[in-house]
Design a protein around this ligand. Sequence first.
Ligand code: XMP
Length: 510
Amino acid sequence: MILVLDFGGQYNQLIARRVREAHVYCEVHPSSLTLDAIKDMAPKGIILTGGPQSVYKQDAQTAPKELFELDIPILGICYGSQLMAHVLGGKVETAPVSEYGRTDVTIEDRSSILFKNVSPKTVVWMSHTDYIAAVPEGFTVTAKTENCPVAAYENPAKKLYATQFHPEVLHTAEGTKMLDAFVREVCETAGSWRMDSFVEQTVTALREKIGSGKVLCALSGGVDSSVAAVLLSKAVGRQLTCVFVDHGLLRKNEGDEVASVFGESGHYDLNFIRVDAKERFYAKLKGVTEPEAKRKIIGEEFIRVFEAEAKKIGAVDFLVQGTIYPDVIESGLGASAVIKSHHNVGGLPDYVDFKEIVEPLRLLFKDEVRAAGRELGIPEYLVARQPFPGPGLGIRIIGDVTEEKVKIVQEADAIYREEVDAAGVGKTLGQYFAALTNMKSVGVMGDGRTYDYAIALRAVMTSDFMTAEAAEIPWPVLTKVANRIVNEVKGVNRVLYDCTGKPPATIEFE
Ligand code: XMP
C-alpha cells in the first residue's frame, strides 16, 4: 500500500489514481494522521501532496521530522517538496518569479531513479509561488527550470525524493514514468493490484463479515448499486435481497433491463423484488411543478416504498450502500457537500431495521467500479451506463409530471441515445440525454397545424461533473435525431439543442 498524505492540493485524487494505474493499492488520508497510525498501516511508500499554504506560515499543515526517519520511501510533491525541505533544514522562500502552467525542465541527474527513463529536457506542470532556495544537507538537486533552481531534489540513500512540479497531472509529459519509478522501484512494490484480485478478496472478506446474516440492498440499476449487489450475491447468495423500486421515471426499457439481469431469468443468485410503484409516484407528483419540490417528493416516496418492502422482509443484519472512494475522501476531509438535494440511498438507514452498513465499493474510483463490474460479468450496457439522477425523468420534465410526458421524454431520449451511439460520438461525452420542456408551440405537419411540445437535447463534456461544456454534436447527427423525434414521438413538433455550459446552467435540465 502507498499512503498519500493530503495537504489540501487540488490534485490529491489524481495522485491516488496514478498510483493505482501502476497497479499498486493506494489510500489518501489527511495530513494530520498520527505517526503511530502511519506505522500501523506500514505503507511501502508515502506521497506528500501539494497544498495552498506556505510552509513558513504559523498555521501551516506540517509533518514531524520523525516521519522522514521511518525508513519508508517518501515523495514530496509541490507543497510536499517544500515541506520536506523546510522540516529537514533546507530553505523555502517566496519565489522571485512564480511559475504556473506548462514549464520546460532540465534533468540535471539522469542517474536518479525518478528520471532515468525521462528525456533530458521535458515539460512539467508547475503551480507555485514559494520555491526551495536551498536543499537540506545530504540532498542533491536533480532538476531545474529557468526560474526554479530546485525543480527536483533527492537523497537516494534515505529514499527521500521531491518534485516542485506535479508529476500526477497529464500536462507533465513524462510524469507517469516518474511516479511509476517511485512507486515500483523506490518503494519496491509488486504492482499486483488488479481487479480480479480485488473482486476475489472482497468476496472472501464479505463472506467472512456477513457469516449467516441477512443483507438488504436498494438496487437502482445504476453502475454502483449493480456492482455492489453482484459482489454480495457472489459472497452470500440468497442471504441477499435486492429491492428495486421502479418509480416509473426510468429511461425507456430500463426497468425491464434491470429485472432481466437481476430477476429470476438472470444468472445471479439472490432474491430480487421489483416494486412497480409508478402509480404512487405519479399520484404524489400530480400538479407539482417546482423542481426542488419534485425532488423531495420522489426522495420521500422512494424511502416509503423501500421501507414497506423492508418491513415485509423483517429485520436484516446488513444494509448495502454503494459509496465509492471519492465520497469517502470528500467526507474524510470535511469538504463541502454537493449543491442540490441529491437523491441517493444515504437517507435510508433511519428507516430500515438493520445492524450495520456494508460498503463494498468504498475503495474504488468510478472507472474501477466499472472494471470490477466487467470482471464480475455484468452486461456492458449496465456497466457503461452514464450517470442518471435518482429522481430520474421526474426532473427532466419541466413543469408537472404526467404519464404522457414521461412516455414522450422516454421515447425522445431513446432515439437520441441510439443515434449518438450509432454515430460513435457517445464515448467522448460525459452525459447526454433528452428533456421535455414545458413549452408548446405551433408547427405544421402534413397540411395541418400542430401545437405540441419542444424537446431539448443536452450533451456535455466533463470529467468531474462539477463543471461542464456543451458538446459539439455533429450537425448531421442532430438533424437526424430531430427528424426522428418529430416523426416518431407523438406530441412533439420541435427539437432544441442546449448550448449552455455549467456554470451557469447545470448538467441536468430541470
Ligand atoms: P447537475 O445537474 O447538478 O448534475 O450539474 C451533476 C451530476 O449529478 C447528477 N445528478 C444526480 N445524481 N442523484 C444522483 O445520484 C441526484 O439527485 C442527482 N441530480 C443530479 C447529474 O446527472 C450529473 O451527472
